[in-house]
Design a protein around this ligand. Sequence first.
Ligand code: MLT
Length: 315
Amino acid sequence: DTSLQRIRALLQKRDAVIVAHYYVDGELQELARETGGCVGDSLEMARFGAEHPASTLVVAGVRFMGETAKILSPEKTILMPDDEATCSLDLGCPADTFSQFCDQHPERTVVVYANTSAAVKARADWVVTSSVGKEIVAHLHARGEKILWAPDRHLGAYIQQQTGADMLLWQGSCVVHDEFKADELALLAHEHPEAAILVHPESPAPVAALAHVVGSTTQLIAAAGRLENETFIVATDQGILHDMRKRYPRKRFMPAPTAGQGATCKSCAMCPWMAMNSLGGIERVLTSEVGAIELDAALALAARTPIERMLRFAA
Ligand code: MLT
């Protein structure tokens, strides 16, 4: 048997589906789709996992995505191919320091990005993803609320600029998006004047300022289909290029330049934690009886309210 055949059989045997992010390896995205699971951004993953009848979810992504699945479906078994797969935004926002920050600003509505631990979410009024963050903050701003935002400072500054909301920003950033460089991007755009520039809002402001479209992965994929251009420069994790090339095979997609090249760049536009997801890891967790995500029940319950607020808002 090949690894793929064994995984297909194990998924059936364990009543499991794979819920994968656009940033994982293309082979895993294909496997998720063809076995009845999903590929999506963190909002779509959360929704799919909560609504799917399977009793086990294999979350091919990073830790916070598995935790969100467990929070929304405590009765399900949540497996992750590699339990070391975390996120620089999550790591950069420890729950105790964050909680003190919130205590210092009790008048502010606490809005946190999905890329955080369950403990940070439990402290929030709202959880948002990059697909709905701007709309939710605009809604709160219209109600006269002041925002405490965490953890991504670039996404926070972008939303602040777009909505005019009063936002106090935690100073986190994503190792992948933080590395995109505006000067190099401008040079590449100059060489390819026909190209549309698609940028994720976790990128620094000077990079987003060069974009034709700023948006979440799902929004950037949609823009690649909608725009007439045949060439695109894409500033987000390169995992997304698999989906774009598959959907639009006649269009050309180039990664945006990062600081450094080869061994000298930190991420080279590839999240090191997303890259930990592998076929071997999926097979291993499906074979083993251990390794499921467990969360403190009270913490999970507290984190559920702000996530459900987002899901209702985005419905
Ligand atoms: C997410 O929400 O999954 C990440 O922010 C990446 C994205 O989809 O924009």
